[in-house]
Design a protein around this ligand. Structure first.
Ligand SMILES: [Zn+2]
Length: 274
């Protein structure tokens, strides 16, 4: 299989972990504030409109709090909605220094699951840990809640190949991809560097060209087309330009023969033995 799965993390604007706090804050232009959701919500609507206009599938990893604050949840119609915690909690304690107990983790995972179910009417199948902080204990609890796949790890593309794999606890892992660019530097399939003005879209098209087999999971954040972590709010022209860049990257994959799928559709193919 040669699949591209586009994913969008719907979470608080420019989220950042706070030492000693479970919930994440927002941080833009070096200033930390209480959580903001405006850019996340507006960006989600804009990206969903773009995806619908091009008939591209996608998987939204929604933080429960941001999902509830979405201006119009109907914008997600037709897109897969999966889970990304409730308040962008650091589930392993790596970023906050807070080690949560199993009961606390189960509560967060369960409320995240229930929020997606109540907002969308669909049982979520997938999970992505906030900050991509995941470990075997968290994975076991995610599996225990009934999730069938995770997409929190980042793994190298080797000779053009990166395949999903079955984890020991029986869940599929769809890792984000790590490759090298034309100068031999590390490039991840998160579009973060493009939205921060540090990489052109052509770097990601090259990554697509080099990918030959497996599932290439690309990712962005809904707020990132409206706000940068370093530079702050973007102009409407910048936002339109970045939406166009995402559309051209996805269009490049489709033109290159990739099958464009949501992660749950890719999982269905794996379970059928493809
Ligand atoms: Zn996130």
């Amino acid at each position: 299989m040669r699949v591209l799965a586009f994913t969008i993390d719907l979470d608080r604007d420019c989220n950042t972990a706070v030492r000693g706090e479970t919930a994440a804050a927002s941080r833009s232009c070096g200033v930390t504030t209480s959580p903001c959701h405006d850019a996340s919500s507006q960006g989600m609507e804009a990206i969903a409109d773009m995806l619908r206009s091009m008939a591209f599938p996608a998987t939204i990893f929604a933080e429960g709090d941001s999902l509830r604050k979405l201006c119009d949840p109907s914008v997600l119609r037709g897109l897969e909605v999966a889970c990304h915690g409730m308040e962008h909690e650091d589930l392993t304690g790596e970023s906050t220094g807070l080690l949560l107990g199993d009961d606390q983790l189960e509560d967060i995972i369960s409320r995240s699951w229930g929020t997606v179910l109540s907002v969308t009417g669909e049982v979520p199948r997938g999970f992505r840990a906030p900050y991509l902080n995941i470990d075997p204990r968290v994975l076991a609890l995610v599996k225990g809640r009934g999730f069938t796949y995770d997409s929190s790890m980042t793994e190298k593309v080797l000779d053009g190949v990166l395949k999903p794999r079955l984890l020991p606890m029986g869940m599929w892992e769809f890792p984000l991809a790590r490759d090298t660019d034309a100068e031999g530097k590390v490039i991840d399939s998160y579009l973060w560097a493009m939205h921060e003005g540090r990489r052109p879209e052509s770097d990601y098209m090259r990554m697509i060209d080099r990918f030959q087999e497996g599932v290439l999971v690309m990712a962005t954040h809904s707020w990132h087309v409206l706000e940068g972590v370093q530079a702050g709010p973007k102009s409407s022209g910048q936002t339109a330009g970045e939406l166009d860049s995402i559309a051209r990257i996805l269009g490049h994959a489709e033109d290159s023969g990739f099958e464009m799928l949501s992660l749950s559709a890719a999982e269905d193919l794996l379970n059928e033995g493809r």
